[in-house]
Design a protein around this ligand. Structure first.
Ligand code: PLP
Length: 445
């Protein structure tokens, strides 16, 4: 059976973010079912999903009430659009629910089908906002190198993945990037606090380079996820906020990963007290059970959009009623089981404490994390932070993890976890034990 699936993969499927030659050589790993925090592959192996899929299955797998919400909504109203002055109850109730959880003032939601579409929406919305205010020259958006904001042309342009930019001539015009606040990799001799201020000041330099009156918005993830779980020094966000206020620039906090409990708060913006103007969301909004995204928008932005005539933007599946019903069921479940509070008070402190034990391993230069997202840096020399060259140590570690029943993600030499928020202490112990075994296997090679 496995071979049949692998043949289909070779013959008919073009997978996302995949080296096709490597895939065809090895064959795809076929995942067939899941429950709680575990996956099973077609060979019957049980695997602890340390990544909650792609950072999204916040309530864990196999939640019947999400399934029932989808089925009930499909029977009642399987589809209708939100275009041309129409609406339907699930989208409206969901918008209210999100507004109640979001930081104060972020009280409207524009729905999309994914996080990438949310960031396309952001780009058009912030440009439309400044044009409506009579400042049509304020069009440039600043993102960060190694940031990830999706795979559409605008999403990939706002992101700072150089490999993505190299394919397809990105970024599109009007998008600039600054460095990430990656102290372990780039902080040199600076203390984390000094480095945080220095990294934030790069934003001011860029604003002045671009021209004060030309910058519409700054977009950033509260904790950079796909770029390697870059946890900013404490000094970083306060300084960034100060600079954005000084130059009257909109702040877009991309909550696609950090949203819906990942940090132990509903949104990463609450964890860091960011007070953004716009928040793209997706992933944990539905715990990945069905695709959905959106942009949560502050009332001060909405007031301007209200004056701007038709906002000529939207998707067939904006606010899809079935997706909205699943999102509502997902949020109600997160609330009823107190999962976000549980992360903050129990699970995250335990996971982070145990995760930091890995820093004692000879291969690990740093262990860091917030809430239920964490990373370790693999190094050859802990003192000098020297890396292994050319051996793809992260990829090897990732393969050992899979073979030993654990999903960990490799970003270069950084290993990452972001498990379902419902992971319990025993499962955390299992995750740490398996991670340590895989580090041992990697270092022995
Ligand atoms: N923004 C962030 C921070 C993400 O991590 C992702 C996906 O990983 C996206 C946006 C894009 O979301 P999607 O894959 O749903 O288009």
């Amino acid at each position: 059976q496995t071979e049949q699936w692998q043949t289909l993969s070779r013959q008919h499927h073009l997978a996302p973010f995949t080296d096709y030659q490597a895939l065809n050589r090895k064959g795809a790993r076929i995942i067939t079912k899941a429950s709680g925090v575990y996956l099973w592959d077609s060979e019957g192996h049980k695997i602890l999903d340390g990544m909650a899929g792609l950072w999204c299955v916040n309530v864990g797998y196999g939640r019947e009430e999400l399934v029932e919400a989808a089925a009930a909504q499909m029977r009642e109203l399987p589809y209708y659009n939100l275009f041309f002055q129409t609406a339907h109850p699930p989208a409206l109730e969901l918008a209210q629910e999100i507004a109640q959880l979001a930081p104060e003032g972020l009280d409207h939601v524009f729905f999309t089908g994914s996080g990438s579409e949310a960031n396309d929406t952001v780009l058009r919305m912030v440009r439309h906002y400044w044009a409506t205010l009579g400042q049509p020259d304020k069009q440039v958006v600043i993102g960060r190198w190694n940031g990830y904001h999706g795979s559409t042309i605008a999403g990939a342009s706002l992101g700072g993945m150089k490999g993505m930019h190299a394919q397809g001539g990105l970024p599109i015009p009007g998008i600039e990037h600054i460095d990430q606040p990656y102290w372990y990799g780039e902080g040199g001799d600076m203390t984390p606090e000094d480095f945080g201020v220095w990294a934030a000041e790069q934003l001011e330099k860029k604003i002045l380079d671009v021209g004060e009156g030309r910058v519409a918005a700054f977009i950033a993830e509260p904790i950079q996820g796909a770029g390697g779980v870059i946890v900013p020094p404490d000094s970083y966000w306060p300084k960034v906020r100060e600079i954005l206020a000084k130059y009257d620039i909109l702040f877009v906090a991309d909550e696609v990963i950090c949203g819906f409990g990942r940090t132990g708060e509903w949104f990463g913006s609450q964890y860091y007290d960011l007070k953004p103007d716009l928040m793209p969301i997706a992933k944990g909004l539905t715990s990945g059970y069905i695709p959905m995204g959106g942009v949560v928008v502050h009332e001060r932005v909405v007031k301007v959009l209200d004056r701007g005539g038709e906002f000529a933007h939207g998707f067939t599946y904006s606010g899809h009623p079935v997706a909205a019903a699943v999102a509502l069921a997902n949020i109600r479940l997160l609330k009823r089981e107190g999962i976000v509070t549980q992360v903050k008070t129990q699970t995250a402190p335990y996971l982070q404490q145990r995760w930091r034990e890995l820093a004692e391993h000879p291969l690990v230069g740093e262990a860091r994390g917030v809430g239920l997202v964490a990373a370790i840096e693999l190094v050859k020399n802990k003192e000098t932070r020297e890396r292994y060259s050319g051996l793809e140590v992260g990829m090897r570690c990732r393969e050992h993890c899979f073979a030993n029943g654990l999903v960990m993600r490799a970003v270069g030499d950084t290993m990452i976890i972001a498990p379902p928020l419902v992971i319990n202490k025993e499962e955390i112990d299992e995750l740490i034990d398996k991670a340590r075994t895989c580090l041992d296997l990697t270092v022995r090679e």
